[in-house]
Design a protein around this ligand. Structure first.
Ligand code: FAD
Ligand code: NAD
Length: 478
Protein backbone atom coordinates (compact mmCIF):
# COMPACT_ATOMS: atom_id res chain seq x y z
CA UNK A 1 0.00 0.00 0.00
CA UNK A 2 1.35 3.42 -0.97
CA UNK A 3 0.79 6.62 1.09
CA UNK A 4 -0.34 8.63 -1.91
CA UNK A 5 -2.35 7.67 -5.01
CA UNK A 6 -3.53 9.48 -8.12
CA UNK A 7 -6.96 7.99 -7.48
CA UNK A 8 -8.59 6.35 -4.47
CA UNK A 9 -12.03 4.83 -5.06
CA UNK A 10 -14.30 4.07 -2.09
CA UNK A 11 -16.51 1.10 -2.97
CA UNK A 12 -15.98 -1.70 -5.50
CA UNK A 13 -19.47 -2.22 -6.90
CA UNK A 14 -20.04 -1.88 -10.65
CA UNK A 15 -19.50 1.87 -10.35
CA UNK A 16 -16.33 1.78 -8.23
CA UNK A 17 -14.53 -1.25 -9.66
CA UNK A 18 -15.07 -0.06 -13.23
CA UNK A 19 -13.80 3.42 -12.30
CA UNK A 20 -10.71 1.85 -10.69
CA UNK A 21 -9.95 -0.37 -13.70
CA UNK A 22 -10.39 2.47 -16.21
CA UNK A 23 -8.23 4.82 -14.08
CA UNK A 24 -5.47 2.18 -13.90
CA UNK A 25 -5.72 1.56 -17.67
CA UNK A 26 -5.09 5.29 -18.14
CA UNK A 27 -1.85 5.03 -16.16
CA UNK A 28 -3.14 6.45 -12.87
CA UNK A 29 -1.86 4.94 -9.63
CA UNK A 30 -5.09 3.61 -8.18
CA UNK A 31 -6.39 2.06 -4.98
CA UNK A 32 -9.89 0.89 -4.16
CA UNK A 33 -11.24 0.57 -0.62
CA UNK A 34 -13.87 -2.17 -0.25
CA UNK A 35 -15.36 -3.58 2.94
CA UNK A 36 -17.73 -6.32 1.66
CA UNK A 37 -17.64 -9.65 3.53
CA UNK A 38 -19.41 -12.36 1.54
CA UNK A 39 -21.48 -15.40 2.54
CA UNK A 40 -18.31 -17.45 2.89
CA UNK A 41 -17.04 -14.83 5.37
CA UNK A 42 -14.35 -13.62 2.96
CA UNK A 43 -13.67 -10.09 1.69
CA UNK A 44 -15.15 -9.69 -1.81
CA UNK A 45 -15.27 -7.18 -4.64
CA UNK A 46 -18.27 -6.53 -6.92
CA UNK A 47 -20.66 -4.78 -4.52
CA UNK A 48 -24.40 -5.29 -4.48
CA UNK A 49 -24.62 -6.12 -8.17
CA UNK A 50 -22.30 -9.12 -8.19
CA UNK A 51 -22.85 -10.40 -4.65
CA UNK A 52 -26.57 -9.96 -3.92
CA UNK A 53 -28.09 -8.09 -6.87
CA UNK A 54 -28.07 -8.30 -10.65
CA UNK A 55 -26.10 -11.50 -11.06
CA UNK A 56 -27.49 -13.82 -8.35
CA UNK A 57 -31.06 -12.74 -9.12
CA UNK A 58 -30.57 -13.48 -12.81
CA UNK A 59 -28.98 -16.86 -12.03
CA UNK A 60 -32.12 -17.84 -10.10
CA UNK A 61 -34.41 -16.34 -12.74
CA UNK A 62 -32.71 -18.50 -15.40
CA UNK A 63 -32.95 -21.71 -13.34
CA UNK A 64 -36.56 -21.15 -12.39
CA UNK A 65 -37.64 -20.17 -15.91
CA UNK A 66 -36.26 -23.45 -17.23
CA UNK A 67 -38.02 -25.33 -14.45
CA UNK A 68 -41.29 -23.53 -15.18
CA UNK A 69 -40.99 -24.28 -18.90
CA UNK A 70 -40.18 -27.92 -18.27
CA UNK A 71 -43.24 -28.14 -16.03
CA UNK A 72 -45.73 -26.17 -18.10
CA UNK A 73 -44.52 -25.64 -21.66
CA UNK A 74 -42.33 -28.55 -22.77
CA UNK A 75 -45.33 -30.83 -23.39
CA UNK A 76 -46.62 -28.35 -26.00
CA UNK A 77 -43.29 -28.70 -27.80
CA UNK A 78 -43.65 -32.47 -27.84
CA UNK A 79 -41.28 -33.12 -24.95
CA UNK A 80 -42.59 -35.23 -22.10
CA UNK A 81 -40.33 -35.03 -19.10
CA UNK A 82 -42.26 -37.25 -16.72
CA UNK A 83 -42.03 -36.27 -13.10
CA UNK A 84 -39.89 -33.23 -12.37
CA UNK A 85 -37.83 -32.62 -9.32
CA UNK A 86 -36.32 -29.37 -8.15
CA UNK A 87 -33.20 -29.27 -5.99
CA UNK A 88 -33.31 -25.81 -4.38
CA UNK A 89 -30.01 -26.10 -2.43
CA UNK A 90 -28.26 -27.05 -5.71
CA UNK A 91 -29.89 -24.11 -7.50
CA UNK A 92 -28.70 -21.76 -4.74
CA UNK A 93 -25.21 -23.34 -4.78
CA UNK A 94 -25.01 -22.81 -8.57
CA UNK A 95 -25.94 -19.15 -8.03
CA UNK A 96 -23.24 -18.86 -5.33
CA UNK A 97 -20.64 -20.43 -7.66
CA UNK A 98 -21.43 -17.89 -10.39
CA UNK A 99 -21.08 -15.09 -7.83
CA UNK A 100 -17.69 -16.40 -6.59
CA UNK A 101 -16.38 -16.80 -10.14
CA UNK A 102 -17.36 -13.27 -11.10
CA UNK A 103 -16.19 -11.57 -7.91
CA UNK A 104 -12.94 -13.55 -8.11
CA UNK A 105 -12.64 -12.33 -11.70
CA UNK A 106 -12.72 -8.70 -10.52
CA UNK A 107 -9.96 -9.51 -8.02
CA UNK A 108 -7.84 -10.88 -10.89
CA UNK A 109 -8.55 -7.78 -12.97
CA UNK A 110 -7.44 -5.59 -10.05
CA UNK A 111 -4.16 -7.53 -9.88
CA UNK A 112 -3.68 -7.43 -13.66
CA UNK A 113 -4.17 -3.65 -13.65
CA UNK A 114 -1.95 -3.02 -10.60
CA UNK A 115 -4.82 -1.70 -8.45
CA UNK A 116 -4.30 -1.89 -4.68
CA UNK A 117 -7.37 -3.31 -2.94
CA UNK A 118 -7.48 -1.75 0.53
CA UNK A 119 -9.65 -4.21 2.47
CA UNK A 120 -11.86 -2.45 4.98
CA UNK A 121 -14.04 0.59 5.45
CA UNK A 122 -13.10 3.90 3.84
CA UNK A 123 -14.00 7.36 5.08
CA UNK A 124 -13.26 10.59 3.25
CA UNK A 125 -11.55 13.13 5.51
CA UNK A 126 -10.42 16.70 4.69
CA UNK A 127 -7.90 17.37 1.86
CA UNK A 128 -8.67 14.14 0.00
CA UNK A 129 -7.27 11.97 2.76
CA UNK A 130 -9.02 8.60 3.10
CA UNK A 131 -9.10 6.78 6.41
CA UNK A 132 -9.18 3.00 6.03
CA UNK A 133 -10.39 0.82 8.92
CA UNK A 134 -9.27 -2.71 8.13
CA UNK A 135 -11.37 -5.75 9.07
CA UNK A 136 -9.08 -6.37 12.07
CA UNK A 137 -9.82 -2.85 13.35
CA UNK A 138 -6.46 -1.29 12.46
CA UNK A 139 -6.69 2.21 11.03
CA UNK A 140 -4.48 3.83 8.36
CA UNK A 141 -4.74 6.87 6.13
CA UNK A 142 -3.93 7.30 2.45
CA UNK A 143 -3.84 10.49 0.42
CA UNK A 144 -5.03 10.98 -3.15
CA UNK A 145 -5.10 13.65 -5.81
CA UNK A 146 -8.58 12.43 -6.69
CA UNK A 147 -11.18 10.50 -4.72
CA UNK A 148 -14.14 8.73 -6.28
CA UNK A 149 -17.00 7.99 -3.88
CA UNK A 150 -18.85 4.85 -4.99
CA UNK A 151 -20.35 3.49 -1.77
CA UNK A 152 -23.59 2.42 -3.47
CA UNK A 153 -26.89 1.73 -1.79
CA UNK A 154 -28.60 -0.55 0.72
CA UNK A 155 -32.20 -1.79 0.99
CA UNK A 156 -34.68 0.55 2.68
CA UNK A 157 -35.99 -1.05 5.87
CA UNK A 158 -39.48 -0.47 7.20
CA UNK A 159 -39.78 0.12 10.95
CA UNK A 160 -43.14 -1.66 10.94
CA UNK A 161 -41.73 -4.84 9.38
CA UNK A 162 -38.26 -5.42 10.88
CA UNK A 163 -36.10 -8.09 9.24
CA UNK A 164 -36.10 -11.34 11.20
CA UNK A 165 -33.93 -14.37 10.35
CA UNK A 166 -34.99 -16.04 7.11
CA UNK A 167 -38.67 -15.19 7.74
CA UNK A 168 -38.76 -11.45 7.11
CA UNK A 169 -36.01 -10.68 4.64
CA UNK A 170 -34.77 -8.07 2.21
CA UNK A 171 -33.75 -8.92 -1.36
CA UNK A 172 -30.50 -10.54 -0.20
CA UNK A 173 -32.32 -12.92 2.14
CA UNK A 174 -34.78 -13.92 -0.60
CA UNK A 175 -31.86 -15.15 -2.74
CA UNK A 176 -30.86 -17.75 -0.17
CA UNK A 177 -33.88 -19.78 0.92
CA UNK A 178 -33.02 -23.47 0.84
CA UNK A 179 -36.60 -24.73 0.43
CA UNK A 180 -39.68 -23.54 -1.45
CA UNK A 181 -41.99 -21.59 0.87
CA UNK A 182 -45.69 -22.38 0.54
CA UNK A 183 -46.66 -18.71 0.71
CA UNK A 184 -44.65 -15.52 0.19
CA UNK A 185 -45.76 -11.94 0.70
CA UNK A 186 -43.71 -9.17 -0.94
CA UNK A 187 -44.00 -5.56 0.18
CA UNK A 188 -43.52 -3.49 -2.98
CA UNK A 189 -44.47 -4.47 -6.54
CA UNK A 190 -41.40 -2.73 -7.98
CA UNK A 191 -38.54 -4.27 -9.89
CA UNK A 192 -37.15 -6.43 -7.07
CA UNK A 193 -40.62 -7.52 -5.97
CA UNK A 194 -41.47 -8.67 -9.49
CA UNK A 195 -38.14 -10.38 -10.20
CA UNK A 196 -37.83 -12.23 -6.87
CA UNK A 197 -41.60 -12.79 -6.69
CA UNK A 198 -41.29 -14.51 -10.11
CA UNK A 199 -38.43 -16.72 -8.90
CA UNK A 200 -40.46 -18.19 -6.04
CA UNK A 201 -43.76 -18.22 -7.94
CA UNK A 202 -42.17 -20.32 -10.70
CA UNK A 203 -41.02 -22.80 -8.06
CA UNK A 204 -44.60 -23.11 -6.83
CA UNK A 205 -44.98 -20.60 -3.97
CA UNK A 206 -48.21 -18.63 -3.69
CA UNK A 207 -46.95 -15.03 -4.09
CA UNK A 208 -48.84 -11.89 -3.07
CA UNK A 209 -47.33 -8.44 -3.78
CA UNK A 210 -48.66 -5.54 -1.73
CA UNK A 211 -48.05 -2.18 -3.41
CA UNK A 212 -48.79 1.20 -1.83
CA UNK A 213 -49.24 3.05 -5.12
CA UNK A 214 -52.44 2.93 -7.15
CA UNK A 215 -50.53 2.61 -10.45
CA UNK A 216 -48.61 -0.51 -11.46
CA UNK A 217 -45.06 0.26 -12.68
CA UNK A 218 -45.61 4.02 -13.05
CA UNK A 219 -42.22 4.50 -14.75
CA UNK A 220 -43.13 2.10 -17.59
CA UNK A 221 -45.12 3.16 -20.70
CA UNK A 222 -48.71 2.64 -19.54
CA UNK A 223 -49.75 0.43 -22.46
CA UNK A 224 -46.82 -1.89 -21.77
CA UNK A 225 -47.44 -1.81 -18.00
CA UNK A 226 -51.05 -2.90 -18.64
CA UNK A 227 -49.90 -5.89 -20.70
CA UNK A 228 -47.37 -6.69 -17.95
CA UNK A 229 -50.05 -6.57 -15.22
CA UNK A 230 -52.30 -8.91 -17.23
CA UNK A 231 -49.49 -11.34 -18.00
CA UNK A 232 -48.14 -11.47 -14.44
CA UNK A 233 -51.69 -12.02 -13.09
CA UNK A 234 -52.04 -15.00 -15.50
CA UNK A 235 -48.84 -16.41 -14.00
CA UNK A 236 -50.42 -16.28 -10.57
CA UNK A 237 -48.60 -13.25 -9.18
CA UNK A 238 -51.28 -11.69 -6.97
CA UNK A 239 -50.49 -7.96 -7.25
CA UNK A 240 -52.61 -5.74 -5.01
CA UNK A 241 -52.33 -2.00 -5.57
CA UNK A 242 -53.33 0.77 -3.17
CA UNK A 243 -52.35 -1.47 -0.28
CA UNK A 244 -50.27 -0.24 2.61
CA UNK A 245 -48.53 -2.60 5.01
CA UNK A 246 -48.95 -1.67 8.68
CA UNK A 247 -46.76 -4.28 10.34
CA UNK A 248 -45.55 -7.86 10.61
CA UNK A 249 -45.13 -10.37 13.43
CA UNK A 250 -43.25 -13.64 13.38
CA UNK A 251 -44.88 -16.44 15.38
CA UNK A 252 -43.21 -19.82 15.15
CA UNK A 253 -42.91 -20.74 11.46
CA UNK A 254 -45.32 -18.11 10.21
CA UNK A 255 -45.39 -14.37 9.58
CA UNK A 256 -48.57 -12.37 10.10
CA UNK A 257 -48.72 -9.31 7.86
CA UNK A 258 -51.15 -6.52 8.67
CA UNK A 259 -52.16 -4.29 5.77
CA UNK A 260 -54.73 -1.74 4.80
CA UNK A 261 -56.59 -1.32 1.51
CA UNK A 262 -59.75 0.51 0.44
CA UNK A 263 -61.88 -2.02 2.37
CA UNK A 264 -60.04 -1.48 5.67
CA UNK A 265 -57.45 -3.36 7.70
CA UNK A 266 -56.63 -7.04 7.08
CA UNK A 267 -54.24 -9.77 8.18
CA UNK A 268 -52.47 -12.35 6.08
CA UNK A 269 -50.46 -15.29 7.40
CA UNK A 270 -47.54 -16.37 5.20
CA UNK A 271 -44.36 -18.46 5.41
CA UNK A 272 -42.04 -15.66 4.28
CA UNK A 273 -42.12 -11.90 3.88
CA UNK A 274 -39.84 -9.98 1.49
CA UNK A 275 -39.41 -6.25 2.07
CA UNK A 276 -38.67 -4.72 -1.35
CA UNK A 277 -39.60 -1.06 -0.98
CA UNK A 278 -36.60 0.55 -2.67
CA UNK A 279 -32.97 1.30 -1.83
CA UNK A 280 -31.21 4.28 -0.26
CA UNK A 281 -27.75 5.72 -0.79
CA UNK A 282 -25.14 4.20 1.54
CA UNK A 283 -23.25 7.34 2.46
CA UNK A 284 -23.59 7.35 6.24
CA UNK A 285 -20.18 7.09 7.87
CA UNK A 286 -18.39 7.35 4.51
CA UNK A 287 -17.97 11.14 4.47
CA UNK A 288 -16.51 13.01 7.45
CA UNK A 289 -18.00 16.47 7.98
CA UNK A 290 -14.55 18.05 7.60
CA UNK A 291 -14.35 16.76 4.00
CA UNK A 292 -17.04 19.39 3.24
CA UNK A 293 -18.67 17.16 0.61
CA UNK A 294 -22.32 18.09 0.30
CA UNK A 295 -25.02 15.43 0.70
CA UNK A 296 -28.80 15.88 0.41
CA UNK A 297 -31.46 14.89 2.97
CA UNK A 298 -31.77 11.40 1.39
CA UNK A 299 -28.01 10.79 1.68
CA UNK A 300 -27.34 11.27 -2.05
CA UNK A 301 -24.03 13.02 -2.73
CA UNK A 302 -24.54 16.24 -4.71
CA UNK A 303 -22.87 16.06 -8.13
CA UNK A 304 -23.03 17.89 -11.46
CA UNK A 305 -23.39 16.18 -14.85
CA UNK A 306 -19.70 15.25 -14.72
CA UNK A 307 -20.13 13.59 -11.31
CA UNK A 308 -17.99 16.30 -9.65
CA UNK A 309 -18.95 17.05 -6.04
CA UNK A 310 -18.67 20.54 -4.55
CA UNK A 311 -15.07 19.70 -3.50
CA UNK A 312 -12.53 19.86 -6.36
CA UNK A 313 -10.93 16.47 -7.01
CA UNK A 314 -13.74 14.57 -5.27
CA UNK A 315 -16.21 12.75 -7.53
CA UNK A 316 -19.21 10.54 -6.75
CA UNK A 317 -20.87 7.89 -8.93
CA UNK A 318 -23.41 5.07 -9.00
CA UNK A 319 -26.26 4.51 -6.56
CA UNK A 320 -24.76 7.08 -4.16
CA UNK A 321 -25.76 9.92 -6.52
CA UNK A 322 -28.88 11.11 -8.38
CA UNK A 323 -30.38 9.10 -11.24
CA UNK A 324 -31.62 5.55 -11.63
CA UNK A 325 -30.07 2.89 -9.39
CA UNK A 326 -28.72 0.73 -12.21
CA UNK A 327 -25.41 -1.07 -12.53
CA UNK A 328 -24.70 0.11 -16.09
CA UNK A 329 -25.43 3.72 -15.15
CA UNK A 330 -22.85 3.51 -12.33
CA UNK A 331 -20.27 1.76 -14.52
CA UNK A 332 -20.53 4.36 -17.28
CA UNK A 333 -20.19 7.12 -14.70
CA UNK A 334 -17.07 5.33 -13.45
CA UNK A 335 -15.53 5.33 -16.92
CA UNK A 336 -16.47 8.98 -17.48
CA UNK A 337 -14.92 10.14 -14.20
CA UNK A 338 -11.69 8.14 -14.69
CA UNK A 339 -11.31 9.68 -18.15
CA UNK A 340 -12.00 13.20 -16.88
CA UNK A 341 -9.35 12.72 -14.16
CA UNK A 342 -6.89 11.54 -16.82
CA UNK A 343 -7.53 14.76 -18.75
CA UNK A 344 -9.77 13.32 -21.48
CA UNK A 345 -13.04 14.77 -22.67
CA UNK A 346 -15.84 12.49 -21.46
CA UNK A 347 -19.57 12.76 -21.01
CA UNK A 348 -22.68 10.63 -20.56
CA UNK A 349 -26.02 10.85 -22.29
CA UNK A 350 -28.38 10.23 -19.38
CA UNK A 351 -31.41 10.54 -21.69
CA UNK A 352 -30.60 7.24 -23.35
CA UNK A 353 -30.61 4.87 -20.38
CA UNK A 354 -31.73 1.28 -20.97
CA UNK A 355 -34.04 -0.22 -18.33
CA UNK A 356 -35.02 -3.86 -17.97
CA UNK A 357 -37.24 -5.87 -15.65
CA UNK A 358 -36.10 -9.49 -15.95
CA UNK A 359 -39.47 -11.16 -15.48
CA UNK A 360 -40.95 -13.42 -18.13
CA UNK A 361 -41.79 -11.86 -20.45
CA UNK A 362 -39.08 -9.27 -19.89
CA UNK A 363 -40.01 -5.60 -19.86
CA UNK A 364 -37.42 -3.29 -21.44
CA UNK A 365 -37.44 0.33 -22.42
CA UNK A 366 -35.37 3.33 -23.39
CA UNK A 367 -36.24 6.98 -23.98
CA UNK A 368 -39.59 8.63 -23.48
CA UNK A 369 -42.90 6.94 -22.75
CA UNK A 370 -46.05 7.94 -24.64
CA UNK A 371 -47.30 9.69 -21.49
CA UNK A 372 -44.11 11.78 -21.23
CA UNK A 373 -44.35 12.81 -24.89
CA UNK A 374 -47.98 13.89 -24.43
CA UNK A 375 -47.06 15.86 -21.33
CA UNK A 376 -44.20 17.58 -23.16
CA UNK A 377 -46.45 18.36 -26.15
CA UNK A 378 -44.17 16.55 -28.61
CA UNK A 379 -45.81 15.57 -31.89
CA UNK A 380 -45.10 11.84 -32.01
CA UNK A 381 -46.25 8.72 -33.73
CA UNK A 382 -46.26 5.14 -32.45
CA UNK A 383 -45.53 1.92 -34.29
CA UNK A 384 -46.13 -1.50 -32.76
CA UNK A 385 -45.80 -5.19 -33.50
CA UNK A 386 -47.09 -8.13 -31.42
CA UNK A 387 -44.87 -11.17 -30.87
CA UNK A 388 -47.93 -13.31 -31.68
CA UNK A 389 -47.23 -12.39 -35.34
CA UNK A 390 -43.51 -13.23 -35.14
CA UNK A 391 -42.48 -16.54 -36.73
CA UNK A 392 -39.54 -16.92 -34.35
CA UNK A 393 -41.64 -16.22 -31.25
CA UNK A 394 -44.16 -18.83 -32.46
CA UNK A 395 -41.36 -21.35 -33.07
CA UNK A 396 -40.16 -20.72 -29.52
CA UNK A 397 -43.67 -21.07 -28.16
CA UNK A 398 -43.21 -17.66 -26.55
CA UNK A 399 -45.61 -15.15 -28.07
CA UNK A 400 -46.74 -12.92 -25.18
CA UNK A 401 -46.00 -9.23 -25.62
CA UNK A 402 -45.16 -6.60 -28.20
CA UNK A 403 -42.64 -4.04 -29.41
CA UNK A 404 -43.67 -0.40 -29.48
CA UNK A 405 -41.55 2.40 -30.87
CA UNK A 406 -42.18 6.12 -30.71
CA UNK A 407 -40.92 8.57 -33.29
CA UNK A 408 -40.82 12.32 -33.72
CA UNK A 409 -43.37 13.09 -36.43
CA UNK A 410 -41.31 15.96 -37.81
CA UNK A 411 -37.81 14.52 -37.75
CA UNK A 412 -38.53 10.75 -37.74
CA UNK A 413 -35.99 10.48 -34.85
CA UNK A 414 -36.58 7.60 -32.45
CA UNK A 415 -37.87 9.01 -29.14
CA UNK A 416 -38.46 5.78 -27.27
CA UNK A 417 -38.74 2.02 -27.51
CA UNK A 418 -40.87 -0.11 -25.19
CA UNK A 419 -40.82 -3.87 -25.31
CA UNK A 420 -42.55 -6.59 -23.38
CA UNK A 421 -41.67 -10.01 -24.66
CA UNK A 422 -39.10 -12.79 -24.94
CA UNK A 423 -35.49 -11.58 -24.72
CA UNK A 424 -36.67 -7.95 -24.55
CA UNK A 425 -33.43 -7.10 -22.71
CA UNK A 426 -31.35 -8.18 -25.70
CA UNK A 427 -33.74 -6.71 -28.30
CA UNK A 428 -33.58 -3.32 -26.62
CA UNK A 429 -29.91 -2.98 -27.61
CA UNK A 430 -30.66 -1.99 -31.19
CA UNK A 431 -33.00 0.80 -30.09
CA UNK A 432 -30.43 2.12 -27.62
CA UNK A 433 -27.83 2.13 -30.38
CA UNK A 434 -30.23 3.76 -32.86
CA UNK A 435 -30.98 6.54 -30.36
CA UNK A 436 -27.31 6.98 -29.45
CA UNK A 437 -26.51 7.40 -33.18
CA UNK A 438 -29.44 9.84 -33.47
CA UNK A 439 -31.05 7.34 -35.82
CA UNK A 440 -34.44 7.58 -37.44
CA UNK A 441 -37.22 5.05 -37.65
CA UNK A 442 -36.48 4.91 -41.39
CA UNK A 443 -32.93 3.77 -40.54
CA UNK A 444 -34.38 0.79 -38.67
CA UNK A 445 -36.94 0.18 -41.41
CA UNK A 446 -34.13 0.08 -44.00
CA UNK A 447 -31.93 -2.25 -41.95
CA UNK A 448 -31.98 -5.90 -43.02
CA UNK A 449 -32.94 -8.08 -40.04
CA UNK A 450 -32.16 -11.80 -40.14
CA UNK A 451 -35.13 -14.14 -40.51
CA UNK A 452 -36.46 -15.67 -38.41
CA UNK A 453 -35.42 -13.61 -35.39
CA UNK A 454 -37.21 -11.80 -32.62
CA UNK A 455 -35.48 -8.64 -33.81
CA UNK A 456 -37.77 -8.64 -36.84
CA UNK A 457 -40.47 -7.45 -34.41
CA UNK A 458 -38.49 -4.21 -34.01
CA UNK A 459 -38.21 -3.92 -37.81
CA UNK A 460 -41.94 -4.47 -38.24
CA UNK A 461 -42.76 -1.99 -35.45
CA UNK A 462 -40.66 0.60 -37.32
CA UNK A 463 -42.47 -0.19 -40.57
CA UNK A 464 -45.84 -0.04 -38.82
CA UNK A 465 -45.19 3.55 -37.73
CA UNK A 466 -45.55 4.30 -41.44
CA UNK A 467 -48.43 1.93 -42.08
CA UNK A 468 -46.23 -0.50 -44.02
CA UNK A 469 -45.65 -3.45 -41.69
CA UNK A 470 -45.78 -6.65 -43.70
CA UNK A 471 -46.95 -9.21 -41.17
CA UNK A 472 -49.87 -7.35 -39.58
CA UNK A 473 -52.83 -5.57 -41.12
CA UNK A 474 -51.93 -1.86 -41.03
CA UNK A 475 -54.61 0.64 -40.31
CA UNK A 476 -53.45 2.76 -43.22
CA UNK A 477 -50.83 1.52 -45.71
CA UNK A 478 -48.61 4.00 -47.56
P1 FAD B 1 -22.99 -1.08 -4.96
O1 FAD B 1 -23.08 -2.17 -5.93
O2 FAD B 1 -23.97 -1.02 -3.87
O3 FAD B 1 -21.51 -1.13 -4.39
C1 FAD B 1 -21.07 -0.26 -3.41
C2 FAD B 1 -19.90 -0.90 -2.72
O4 FAD B 1 -19.33 0.04 -1.84
C3 FAD B 1 -20.27 -2.12 -1.89
O5 FAD B 1 -19.45 -3.19 -2.24
C4 FAD B 1 -20.03 -1.68 -0.46
O6 FAD B 1 -19.53 -2.73 0.37
C5 FAD B 1 -18.95 -0.64 -0.67
N1 FAD B 1 -18.87 0.34 0.41
C6 FAD B 1 -19.86 1.08 0.95
N2 FAD B 1 -19.38 1.88 1.91
C7 FAD B 1 -18.05 1.63 1.98
C8 FAD B 1 -17.02 2.13 2.79
N3 FAD B 1 -17.23 3.07 3.71
N4 FAD B 1 -15.77 1.64 2.61
C9 FAD B 1 -15.53 0.68 1.68
N5 FAD B 1 -16.48 0.18 0.89
C10 FAD B 1 -17.73 0.64 1.04
N6 FAD B 1 -29.17 -3.16 -11.62
C11 FAD B 1 -29.13 -3.40 -12.95
O7 FAD B 1 -28.68 -2.53 -13.71
N7 FAD B 1 -29.58 -4.58 -13.48
C12 FAD B 1 -30.10 -5.56 -12.70
O8 FAD B 1 -30.49 -6.61 -13.20
C13 FAD B 1 -30.16 -5.34 -11.30
N8 FAD B 1 -30.66 -6.28 -10.48
C14 FAD B 1 -30.65 -6.06 -9.13
C15 FAD B 1 -31.19 -7.05 -8.31
C16 FAD B 1 -31.21 -6.87 -6.94
C17 FAD B 1 -31.77 -7.96 -6.05
C18 FAD B 1 -30.67 -5.68 -6.38
C19 FAD B 1 -30.65 -5.49 -4.90
C20 FAD B 1 -30.16 -4.68 -7.19
C21 FAD B 1 -30.17 -4.87 -8.58
N9 FAD B 1 -29.68 -3.88 -9.44
C22 FAD B 1 -29.67 -4.10 -10.79
C23 FAD B 1 -29.17 -2.60 -8.94
C24 FAD B 1 -27.64 -2.65 -8.91
O9 FAD B 1 -27.22 -3.72 -8.10
C25 FAD B 1 -27.09 -1.34 -8.39
O10 FAD B 1 -27.60 -0.26 -9.16
C26 FAD B 1 -25.57 -1.31 -8.48
O11 FAD B 1 -25.02 -2.38 -7.74
C27 FAD B 1 -25.01 0.01 -7.98
O12 FAD B 1 -23.64 0.00 -8.10
P2 FAD B 1 -22.71 0.85 -7.12
O13 FAD B 1 -21.31 0.46 -7.47
O14 FAD B 1 -23.09 2.27 -7.17
O15 FAD B 1 -23.06 0.35 -5.66
P1 NAD C 1 -38.58 0.05 -6.59
O1 NAD C 1 -38.56 1.49 -6.35
O2 NAD C 1 -38.47 -0.47 -7.97
O3 NAD C 1 -39.94 -0.56 -6.01
C1 NAD C 1 -40.33 -0.39 -4.67
C2 NAD C 1 -41.85 -0.41 -4.63
O4 NAD C 1 -42.24 -0.48 -3.29
C3 NAD C 1 -42.45 0.85 -5.23
O5 NAD C 1 -43.40 0.49 -6.19
C4 NAD C 1 -43.09 1.54 -4.02
O6 NAD C 1 -44.26 2.25 -4.34
C5 NAD C 1 -43.38 0.35 -3.12
N1 NAD C 1 -43.48 0.70 -1.70
C6 NAD C 1 -42.69 1.54 -0.98
N2 NAD C 1 -43.07 1.55 0.31
C7 NAD C 1 -44.13 0.70 0.43
C8 NAD C 1 -44.95 0.27 1.49
N3 NAD C 1 -44.78 0.72 2.73
N4 NAD C 1 -45.94 -0.63 1.24
C9 NAD C 1 -46.13 -1.09 -0.01
N5 NAD C 1 -45.38 -0.72 -1.07
C10 NAD C 1 -44.39 0.15 -0.85
O7 NAD C 1 -37.47 -0.57 -5.63
P2 NAD C 1 -36.95 -2.05 -5.49
O8 NAD C 1 -37.80 -3.00 -6.23
O9 NAD C 1 -36.72 -2.26 -4.03
O10 NAD C 1 -35.55 -1.95 -6.20
C11 NAD C 1 -34.59 -0.98 -5.80
C12 NAD C 1 -33.81 -0.48 -6.96
O11 NAD C 1 -32.88 -1.48 -7.38
C13 NAD C 1 -34.67 -0.22 -8.17
O12 NAD C 1 -35.15 1.09 -8.16
C14 NAD C 1 -33.74 -0.42 -9.31
O13 NAD C 1 -33.11 0.79 -9.58
C15 NAD C 1 -32.72 -1.41 -8.78
N6 NAD C 1 -32.98 -2.73 -9.39
C16 NAD C 1 -32.88 -2.84 -10.73
C17 NAD C 1 -33.14 -4.05 -11.33
C18 NAD C 1 -33.05 -4.15 -12.82
O14 NAD C 1 -32.47 -3.27 -13.43
N7 NAD C 1 -33.58 -5.20 -13.42
C19 NAD C 1 -33.50 -5.14 -10.57
C20 NAD C 1 -33.61 -4.99 -9.20
C21 NAD C 1 -33.34 -3.77 -8.62
Amino acid sequence: MADKYDVVVIGAGPAGYVAAIRAAQLGLKTACVEKWINKQNKPALGGTCLNVGCIPSKALLESTELYHNAQHNFADLGINVGSLDVDVPKMIARKDKIVSELTGGIEMLFKANGIDWLKGSGKLLANKQVEVTAHDGSVSTVGADNVIMASGSVPIELKATPLEGDKVVDSSGALDWQAIPGTVCVIGAGIIGLELGSVWRRLGSEVVLLEALDTFLPMVDHQIAKVAARTFAKQGLDIRLNTRVMGSKVTGDKVTVTYQDKDGEHEMVVDKLIVAVGRRAATEGVIAAESQVSVDERGLIHVNEKCETNVPGVYAIGDAVRGPMLAHKGSEEGVMVAEIIAGHHAQLNYDIMPNVIYTHPEVAWVGKTEEELKEEGIDYQAGAFPFAASGRAKARGDTDGQVKILRDKKTDRMLGAHIIGPSASELLGQSVLAMEFDGTIEDIAMTIHAHPTLSEAMHEAALSADGRAIHIANKKAR
